[in-house]
Design a protein around this ligand. Sequence first.
Ligand code: C2E
Ligand code: CA
Ligand code: CA
Ligand code: CA
Length: 278
Amino acid sequence: AKAAGRNTYQLFAQAMHAQNAERLDLEREMRNGVQAQQFVAYYQPKVNADGELLCCEALVRWQHPALGVLSPARFLPLAEETGLIVAIGRQVLLAACHDCLRWRQSGYPDMRVAVNVSSRQFSHDDLAATVQSCLDDSGLPPDALELEITESLLLDNLDAAIRLLQALRALGVKISLDDFGTGYSSLSYLQKLPIDTLKIDRSFIQHIDSRSSDAAITRAIITLAHGLGVRVVAEGVETAGQCAVLVEMQCDLMQGFWFSRPVPAQTLAAMLGQRLGG
Ligand code: C2E
Ligand code: CA
Ligand code: CA
Ligand code: CA
């Protein structure tokens, strides 16, 4: 029994070792990838009830030299843990500003772009300075840029978070509350938050045309948001049926595979001026 125990321990130690080695490899590759600008922005359209493409969300992808295009789920947790997300996030933000300016100059002067901000970036002390420098470097007007933040960023210190949001808004950028409905969002704190838009989480949209409770919640959120002067975006719209329900509820913008998957910047450029969905 003793021998078996030792064996088990050795296997366990080996597995741990392999896991750590893999982690270190990934971290080293990620550092190199930041240097080599392998982290790029893909874009997913946000459209109005007429299918007009008015805005898009930048979603980071890692163009890994050996593994191909990697999704955030593969690398964001470690990027967040190691703090590399700050450098990656800045590259995505700058790319989004440059790309959006290009689209605006190519005949779509009202085009806007949204960029995700994670907790590590949010608590990094110079987020406002980073945003300002990306706007300056690119020449993008501030009101063309929207920052998507999640409620979880606000929980630690709500007052400090509100001050930062106010500082960002003072630059002229818009603030969007992402994944709304998944956290402990009390509707009462919505009025405290300096936000321009809220994004209803995909989990409510998924069954919106079959589950009456999800439809009721979504309708209530839209009504409440509009009452507070906040615009509403629905994420994860995958079917014509979901789209129709949301249009009927007067949802301002919709985003999801029904209109387009996230695509590279040049592909997005080719979609400008088109009507998406249906
Ligand atoms: P998110 O901000 O909630 O972004 C929406 C995610 O849902 C994206 O996954 C998008 O591709 C996916 N999606 C869009 N439409 C549909 C749909 O109709 N059906 C389904 N099933 N999924 C849909 P993605 O690109 O893998 O990104 C995952 C998460 O990674 C994002 O969630 C966001 O939290 C984070 N993320 C992405 N890019 C960045 C970035 O540049 N910086 C930071 N800090 N986080 C990022
Ligand atoms: Ca988002
Ligand atoms: Ca989201
Ligand atoms: Ca979501």
